[in-house]
Structure formats: C-alpha cells, structure tokens
Design a protein around this ligand. Structure first.
Ligand code: PXP
Length: 246
C-alpha cells in the first residue's frame, strides 16, 4: 500500500469565516474551491454548521454544481442536516460532533455510544447515494463501532496529536493514530485523517501507511494570506496612485 497517492481534501470553511466577519460578498468560497482544485486538491470539504457561522446553505448549493472533483460535506447528525445532504447529494458526507460554544470541532464523534442512531443516518445517506464517513478518535471501540454501523469511511481525528504540548505526548498521539489506521484497515474501512494538520506536523501523519485522504483547512487558508499579502498590498497601493480629480 506504501506507494499509493495520498489525497488532499481542502477545507474552505475559513474563506467563508472572513466573508462572514464583515457580511460582504467576498471572499467567495466557490472561487476558493476552484482555485484549490486547479492547484491539485482532490476534494473540497465544507462544514455546514448548525449556527451557520461560516459556510451558508447557498455555498453548499452553488458548489454542488461546480466542482470538478467532489464534495465532502461535514455536518452534525441532525434531521435538518440529513435533509440537506440527501437533497444536495455530495459524494461524501462526514458526520461530526458539534457544540455551539466550541471554536472548532473539539473531539471525535461518540460512535460507540450512538450505534443505532448513526446506523439510521448512514443508511439514509447510502440510500441517497452519499458515502458516509464518521469523524472519530483513534480508539479501538470507536473504530469497531464505525464498522458495526456500516460506515464505509472513517476520518481519524488528528487534533489531539496536533495540540500535543510535549514531544512525548505527540509521539503517543501519533502511535494511537497509527494503531487506529491499522485497525481501520483490518475492519475494511477507508481511513482518512484530519484536523489541526499544518505544514510542520503533517509529515509524520502522512508517513503512516494506509491513510487515503487528508482533510486540511485552517493551515492552508492561513498560509494563503502570506503567499498573497505582498501582492494584495501592492495592488492597493497602485490603485491609490490613480488620477486625481481637479
Ligand atoms: N476534518 C474535520 C472532520 C473537521 O471538522 C475539520 C475542521 O472543520 C477539518 C478536518 C479541518 O481541520 P483544520 O481546519 O484544522 O485543518
């Protein structure tokens, strides 16, 4: 399996965060998705949160008809979100836990504690032709529950590794991820990974054999600010030198 191509899913939520901060019409998440695809993204991820803090319903609708790759729609397991996902029909739908007060998704889904409910959601998605994925911590009981639920894909939550404050804690979290990947493959699940991955910590996770897709957002959008900031300032400065009214 070692020579397979690792796929990159680009999460565009924080393009929408910047737009929502001012209630403007820009920056446009659809434009970001198309640029990401041109640059090699294998899929586009967006999280329609219950509080609509960044991605809006219209973003999901617009993107659905424009992507050349495919959409991975992240959402909480609620009736409202299920209705949206089955109507729009993204290729993938990743079920995540959601708390209103959190800054970002804090932990994995408790698949083991919600087997019956998640079985229903995954079955409804399957019937609508949407591949369900469960965002879970790399814990054996959660992986086993995902297999029992019948989710074809899991996304292992890498946030505990990314947030580790000592090298030892990072090493331990990384070994748990590697163990999780091994078990996921034994259970015949497609194993993806994401959350908190950046330009420093991603290499060790990418070196784990068996992870198919990496979903990364905040670090990419943050870096884009600096790869573009020089030109953005120069463009504005140039505009200011335009002709003056007499
Ligand atoms: N995967 C899941 C399930 C997520 O909820 C998020 C954040 O929305 C990501 C990946 C991307 O995380 P980050 O923005 O930290 O790269």
């Amino acid at each position: 399996m070692s020579n397979y191509e690792r796929l990159l899913g680009v999460n565009i939520d924080h393009i929408a965060t910047v737009r929502q901060a001012r209630g403007t019409r820009y920056p446009e998440p659809v434009q970001a998705a198309l640029v990401a695809e041109q640059a090699g993204a294998d899929s586009i991820t967006l999280h329609l949160r219950e509080d609509r803090r960044h991605i809006q319903d219209r973003d999901v609708e617009k993107l659905a008809g424009m992507l050349q790759t495919h959409m991975n729609l992240e959402m909480a397991a609620t009736r409202e979100m299920l209705a949206i996902a089955t109507r729009i029909g993204p290729t993938d739908c990743c079920l995540v836990p959601e708390k209103r007060e959190e800054l970002t998704t804090e932990g994995g889904l408790d698949a083991a504690g919600n087997i019956a409910m998640l079985k229903d959601y995954c079955a409804a998605l399957r019937e609508a032709g949407v591949r369900a994925s469960l965002f879970i911590d790399a814990e054996p009981r959660q992986l086993e529950a995902a297999a029992e639920i019948g989710a074809p894909v899991i996304e292992i939550h890498t946030g505990h590794y990314a947030d580790a404050t000592t090298p030892r804690a990072a090493r331990d979290a990384l070994s748990r991820i590697a163990e999780g990947v091994r078990l996921g493959r034994q259970l015949e699940l497609q194993v993806n990974a994401g959350h908190g991955l950046d330009y420093h910590n991603v290499k060790a996770v990418a070196a784990i054999d068996g992870i198919i897709e990496f979903n990364i957002g905040h670090a990419i959008v943050s870096r884009a600010l600096f790869s573009g900031l020089h030109d953005a300032v120069a463009d504005m400065k140039r505009l200011l030198q335009g002709p003056r009214a007499a």
